[in-house]
Design a protein around this ligand. Structure first.
Ligand code: ADP
Length: 541
């Protein structure tokens, strides 16, 4: 926006020469004026209205209404009290939004659990819902977010309070959430949590669905009087979410209700988890008893395996050929096709003959059946921890070599480490980023992890956080090999199985090798005791 001014110019004989003009860019000045006008109108309207009520009520009380007309006096006191509350809310909201928008309030983002935030917010609002005769229905979703928990609770409570305010008595307000793939960052496959607050209230006209997110905007001018709001709540919500890189919007059908949505990005490791989980080994469970199928699937999934279950030998043949599972758990005594027959066909078919099969039977094997060339293991129902040992054996082969996963983004250093391990005949795997480390760990189940902390995608702390939550990986021995001197708190966060902290530059390569190999020897001895396999000997220098 420009402001121009001009004046005529004459020469010394007084002859008109033309105009001299100045043009000024007044965009910023206009914006300041607009803000000033808005502030004045807010102060005059929003603040004056409750102040007028307070002043009026107190004036009557001062004139002795309380003693002459106690009921009226009490009503005046209530009015003064309510309007004082409203004034306090308004001032807090105005200051809040100013501080958030000017960046004076920094969001202290941290890892937090969405389910917790949902439950806490609902608990805060339960009283209000009960008073309004509205049922609150919450379906918490346990997903880790990177957010400022207090601010997200502020958003949730504001949306819940609106939903309750505008709902009829006897209706329900729902708070739910679901994981969705982010549209903007499709390439990185990042995930977002989409929160929803839904009511069956009066609804919002379509032309107001966007404007209500502006300051002091209400659908109906009487809303603030009748419902006690300030018209700032949604503007604050939008501001908070913008600072989190999230979005907020509303959908509504007049007379039927409204749904408010907002998104928050999920902690990077959670995205990696969802992707990495599809790498988990797949186990096919074949048993005619539905309760055994359910229990086995639950046990497998808890341990980090994927599973499919079928009720007959015939279905096992079909699913094994279609899905090529990593292992099959097979019952023997089944109606129709017997387990032995199923086993024989699976071992004949080229596509399925290499899949390890574990017999899961109510009977002990007799001497003629084991060792059987087609069977990896024989478990008697109900199987407990030996199920997972049998699966690890089946998936890794009995002559499994010791495996080390090196996670290091510096390629040169990685090569030096890999060469060192290979000198001992150790099978060495390599991941360059945090996400690769998570995916590779799933596939390899290493005997030792050598981990740098500063990594692309997600850092070493996130990798350890993730591994800790997975039964098959939470005990993996770990060597944290970093340039950073770690404090006690960081060391505590990084503990996995047996954990060593070695600082790059502080320890010689020889010392590194000595300590890591010592740890590996300790690991192998533990494994030998576990499985009675003695094929592996200690690594000697
Ligand atoms: P307020 O403090 O007035 O609630 P908000 O910014 O939170 O301020 O909401 C602005 C306006 O949007 C409300 O006054 C109301 O007119 C409308 N609104 C918000 N949520 C709902 C809802 N769930 N149902 C109907 N109208 C709503």
């Amino acid at each position: 926006m420009l402001e121009t001014s001009g004046s005529p110019v004459f020469n010394c004989q007084g002859v008109f020469q033309g105009y001299r003009g100045i043009a000024r860019d007044i965009t910023e000045r206009r914006e300041i004026e607009r803000l000033k006008d808005e502030f004045v109108s807010v102060v005059s309207h929003e603040l004056r209205t409750p102040l007028t009520s307070i002043r009026g009520a107190l004036g009557l009380l001062a004139n002795g209404v309380l003693s002459t007309q106690p009921e009226k006096g009490q009503r005046m006191l209530d009015i003064a009290l309510n309007n004082t509350d409203r004034l306090v809310r308004l001032i807090n909201d105005i200051l809040d939004i100013e501080r958030i928008e000017s960046g004076k309030v920094t969001m202290t983002r941290q890892a937090c659990d969405a389910a917790n935030l949902m439950i806490q917010s609902a608990d805060t609002m339960r009283d209000m819902a009960e008073k309004a005769g509205v049922t609150l229905s919450v379906s918490p979703v346990a997903t880790r977010l990177w957010a400022d928990p207090d601010r997200i609770i502020q958003v949730l409570t504001n949306l819940l309070s609106n939903a309750i305010k505008f709902s009829p008595e006897g209706s329900t307000v729902w708070l739910t959430a679901e994981l969705v793939r982010s549209e903007q960052v499709e390439r990185n496959s990042s995930l977002e949590l989409l929160f929803q607050v839904k009511d069956r209230g009066r609804g919002i006209p379509s032309d107001k669905l966007e404007t209500i997110f502006g300051r002091f905007q209400q659908v109906d001018a009487s809303d603030s009087r009748k419902k006690g709001g300030t018209g700032l709540g949604l503007a604050i919500c939008r501001s908070i979410l913008q600072h989190h890189g999230g979005e907020i919007w509303a959908e509504s059908i007049l007379g039927e209700g409204s749904t408010f949505y907002f998104t928050l990005s999920v902690l990077p490791s959670e995205s990696a988890v969802a992707i990495a989980d599809s790498n988990n080994p797949l186990v096919l469970v074949c048993d005619d008893d539905p309760s055994i199928r359910d229990v086995m699937q639950a046990m497998l999934e808890k341990q980090g395996y994927r599973s499919v279950a079928v009720a007959s030998g015939q279905a096992a043949l079909e699913q094994a050929a279609a899905q090529l599972p990593d292992a099959i758990l097979l019952n023997l005594m089944m109606p129709g096709m017997h387990g032995w027959e199923t086993l024989a066909i699976l071992k004949q078919q080229p596509s399925t003959q290499k899949i390890p099969i574990i017999i899961l039977s109510g009977l002990l094997p007799d001497a003629r059946e084991v060792p059987h060339p087609g069977i990896s293991d024989w478990l008697v129902k109900p199987p407990e921890q030996q199920l997972f040992k049998a699966l690890e054996r089946a998936l890794n082969g009995s002559d499994r070599h010791t495996r080390v996963l090196v996670v290091e983004d510096d390629l040169d250093l990685a090569q030096v480490l890999i060469a060192m391990f290979e000198r001992y005949g150790i099978e060495t795997y390599y991941a360059q980023t945090g996400r690769e480390a998570i995916q590779m760990s799933q596939r390899v189940i290493p005997d030792l992890l050598v981990l740098d902390l500063v990594l692309p995608e997600c850092n070493g702390f996130t990798v350890v956080d993730w591994l800790r939550q997975h039964n098959r990986l939470c005990q993996v021995p770990l060597v944290v090999y970093t340039a950073k001197d770690l404090d006690d708190c960081e060391r505590e966060r990084l503990k996995l199985g047996q954990t060593l902290f070695l600082t790059k530059g502080r320890i010689t390569p020889e010392e590194f090798e000595r300590r890591v190999i010592k740890l590996l020897n300790w690991v192998i001895r533990g494994r030998k005791e576990d499985s009675n396999h003695d094929s592996q000997t200690d690594f000697d220098r």
